[in-house]
Write a protein that binds this ligand. Sequence first.
Ligand SMILES: [Zn+2]
Length: 217
Amino acid sequence: MISLPSEGGFQCNCYLLEENGECYVVDPGADREKIRSEVAKRKLMVKGILLTHGHLDHIGAIDCFKVPVYIHRKELPVLCDSYRKGFLAMGAEPPFKLPDIRFVALQGERELPLGRSKVLVVPTPGHSVGCVCFRYGKQLYTGDTLLKGTVGRWDYATGDLPRFKKTIKHMLEDFEPELEVYPGHGAATTIAAERESNTFYNEWKDTEQQNLTEDEA
Ligand SMILES: [Zn+2]
């Protein structure tokens, strides 16, 4: 895996998942040229762009390659909203043209081929309605769902605290402790470390789980 944290503007971690000359780009938030030159230097064939969710700071360079952009089906409206309102609200021109992007809508758990392996898409709603994590071998790419020592916000338009608590409890209790966690912001961690010291998990783990009716992830 190659980590390419964006510099200036939005701070967001972009990652290249790479195997046998193929790669996926996870959350290209900015720095289009840096991502392109890294891919060119390594002579990689980009199979697609994987989005953990559609917030502004994760999508600024989704046109860096002419490849499909994978996003959860419920998250596409969030991305469109970020595009229409977010960039303009900041007085910035959108950095790409939405009609130029070919989206592939994800639903449920799904595997995407990479080299001889697979990247597993895991729905993790809460920070926003269609958040997903990507699992590749012993690595888990968590976007703004799980961060080192903390979790993402839940007060944006499609955030949902009860669902978020459920997601975080599921991740920290059911995933293998040795999984390496690569968040959308800040440093890497592990499931074991977060189980031990994540502030929000420790607050939420003993609270009564509300009954949530799950519609189809
Ligand atoms: Zn976010």
